[in-house]
Design a protein around this ligand. Structure first.
Ligand code: ATP
Length: 619
């Protein structure tokens, strides 16, 4: 509306109207003068006074009820508080009692309790058996039967004589009805053709692990075989499989699509290749004279083309030597089956069962359709792994030559303190100690490459091998080194376990591995099959103290010279008066399970949280 067009009005001042200042809805209360209000109140009061006695009594009752309710609530509140106080006091008492008990416990006892808790958590691991067997509750109770028997004179030999023989060869056995030790290959009923071949390789008398292990395996028994590096374990588990395969082939020849009858599992491709080569030599020697059948063996490892071995798969297959990954792949693709497989051997078994491979092993076991003979071999086998493995074996026999994890006594161990920056130069000097071949170990792949480069620059013929190299590079390095074309092989842990190189003169450990078991395997590349060798190890302030302690005790156990800087390291357990048992997880003598380098940090953390959950009732 335009102000122009509106009619002009006179501005009038008026008192504000109720419409302007108040909202005229139900809430509007007109003004009541005070005298009028007093009048109304009096009237109301007098009407109240006139209320019936009944209503008064009712109101009084309600008030009494309310008061009673309040009192009851108050009582309950007090009772609850009293109970809470009692519980708190009890908890406090328990806490005080526990604190007093703890205060009385020595540090050693506390440490032992903690170790026991960690061990219990490890023991709770799932049994090492196929999921199918576990699910169906299949449990075999008797070992497999074989037709092999020792000669009569050995069968009739008194137990006392068997015990004496074991003592003579430092063999410790555990288990029921352990088959007798046999001192001569001939008495093991090994075919002449094979004996002749072994003799040509200067293998004429069985080593301790062979003289007890082969009769155990020939008898069809499950076994755990532990003996130091280079003591001939490979023959001890391959020979029984070869003889078993011969027997099966003689009974009913295998045709395409049938077999294998036995499998050997290895933790690395290199070790599997080496075992495969050995089996080829031994089976060739057997069949050469025509009395024994030709056996087909398949190498089943990653990084190689399987089509090259199609001729093996086109015939009946007797033996498979494999690494877990490729084996599972082949089984899943049904390139062969384990329907008739009755022999499973795991070389370097502690590694196979160890955290990384445990599930693969279970998976592989689930492909077996019938009872099998299971054998586990290694130079290092901590008690905990032995116990764990034993639950999965049927009436197993433990054959132990020397302490599991002990160093080979044929290796002269030298430990030197070398500053980090001086290592390369000192390595050159060290290489002069012996003639080639020499292996240099470092667990760091980059360091392996650096060392090789440095040696090549200095004119040393060196090859290198580690897990990041291609399979061809790895094969080339091993071939060149084995053939003597190269003097030095620089290697990471991959080459340490089980590899059998001819007459290694010297092993140089450029970087001390954290786990003492790895050290034992690494120095074990020299001093094999009765020869002697030298191992030089560089340590410095980067080497963890507990590793140095493990090393110190290992040197002492092997009667080696302990350098002064190792002698000065005190063992906290000894200082506290604790017992100096080997770690049940890695076998290291210088620490307990709670600071075992092998128990990975994450696992330790998991266990700690398990413990605190139990402590606080958190489950
Ligand atoms: N009875 C024997 N007499 C002499 N030499 C043997 C005998 N048995 C095996 N050897 C030789 O000893 C060497 C080491 O054998 P093998 O590789 O089986 O040792 P290992 O115990 O498996 O060692 P590692 O623990 O390092 O794997 C091989 O060269 C093998 O030919």
């Amino acid at each position: 509306m335009s102000t122009e067009s509106a009619p002009k009005r006179r501005r009038v001042t008026r008192s504000p109207s109720p419409e302007k200042y108040y909202n005229l809805d139900e809430s509007y209360e007109p003004y009541v003068p005070i005298a009028q209000r007093r009048q109304a109140k009096l009237a109301k009061l007098s009407s109240l006074g006139a209320a019936s006695d009944k209503e008064k009594a009712k109101r009084a009752q309600e008030e009494a009820d309310e008061r009673a309710d309040e009192e009851r609530e108050e009582e309950l509140r007090k009772e609850k508080a009293r109970r809470e106080r009692t519980l708190l006091m009890e908890a406090q008492e328990v806490h005080n009692r526990k604190a007093a008990e703890d205060a009385q416990k020595t540090e050693v006892e506390k440490a032992e309790e903690k170790d026991a808790e960690i061990l219990a958590a490890i023991a709770a691991r799932r049994k090492l058996a196929s999921d199918l067997e576990l699910a169906k509750g299949i449990q075999y109770t008797e070992p497999l039967k074989t037709s092999w028997r020792p000669p009569k004179y050995i069968r009739e030999r008194p137990d006392e004589e068997n015990r004496r023989l074991r003592e003579k060869y430092h063999i410790v056995v555990e288990g029921e009805d352990v088959p007798p030790p046999i001192e001569h290959f001939q008495d093991m009923k090994i075919p002449d053709a094979l004996l002749k071949f072994l003799k040509s390789k200067r293998i004429s008398m069985p080593t301790p692990i062979q003289l007890q292990g082969i009769p155990v395996a020939f008898s069809g028994r499950d076994m755990i075989g532990i003996a130091f590096t280079g003591s001939g374990k490979t023959l001890a588990f391959c020979l029984p499989l070869i003889m078993f395969a011969c027997e099966e082939e003689a009974k009913l020849p295998l045709v395409k699509g049938e077999g294998p009858v036995g499998v050997i599992l290895c933790p690395s491709r290199e070790l599997a290749s080496q075992t495969y080569e050995n089996i080829l030599q031994w089976t060739d020697a057997l069949s050469r004279e025509g009395k024994y059948p030709r056996l087909n063996t398949l190498l089943c490892i990653g990084g190689i083309s399987m089509s090259e071995q199609s001729h093996v798969l086109n015939n009946g297959l007797h033996i498979v030597v494999a690494t877990p990954g490729r084996l599972i792949d082949m089984l899943e693709k049904k390139r062969f089956t384990f329907n008739n497989c009755k022999y499973l051997c795991m070389d370097e078994a502690d590694r196979m069962i160890d955290l990384g491979f445990e599930d693969d092993v279970r998976n592989i076991m689930s492909f077996f359709k019938r009872q099998r003979q299971t054998l586990l071999f290694s130079a290092t086998m901590p008690r905990k792994i032995q116990d764990f493995a034993q639950q999965s074996l049927i009436k197993p026999v433990l054959v132990n030559v020397g302490r599991a994890g002990a160093a080979n006594l044929d290796v002269l161990q030298v430990v030197e303190y070398v500053k980090q920056e001086a290592k390369m130069v000192y390595l050159l000097e060290c290489l002069q100690k012996t003639a080639p071949p020499v292996i240099v170990f470092s667990d760091n792949k980059n360091e392996v490459d650096d060392i090789q480069e440095y040696l090549l620059l200095k004119g040393v013929e060196a090859v290198a091998i580690h897990g990041s190299k291609s399979q061809e590079e790895r094969q080339y390095a091993i071939k060149a080194f084995k053939s003597g074309a190269k003097d030095v092989m620089v290697a990471s842990g991959v080459a340490s376990k089980g590899l059998d190189f001819n007459d290694i003169q010297h092993v140089i450990i450029f970087s001390m591995p954290k786990e003492i078991e790895d050290y034992v395997h690494q120095i074990g590349r020299t001093g094999r099959s009765g020869k002697t060798g030298i191992a030089t190890t560089f340590v410095n302030m980067n080497t963890p103290e507990q590793t140095l302690l493990d090393l110190k005790y290992l040197l002492m156990e092997a009667g080696q010279k302990v350098p002064p800087f190792l002698l000065t390291i005190d063992d906290p357990r000894a200082v506290q008066g604790g017992s100096l048992k080997g770690c049940p997880v890695c076998g290291g003598l210088g620490h307990s399970i709670s600071n075992c380098p092998k128990l990975e940090d994450t696992q330790r953390r998991q266990m700690a949280s398990h413990r605190s959950n139990v402590d606080t009732g958190g489950y």
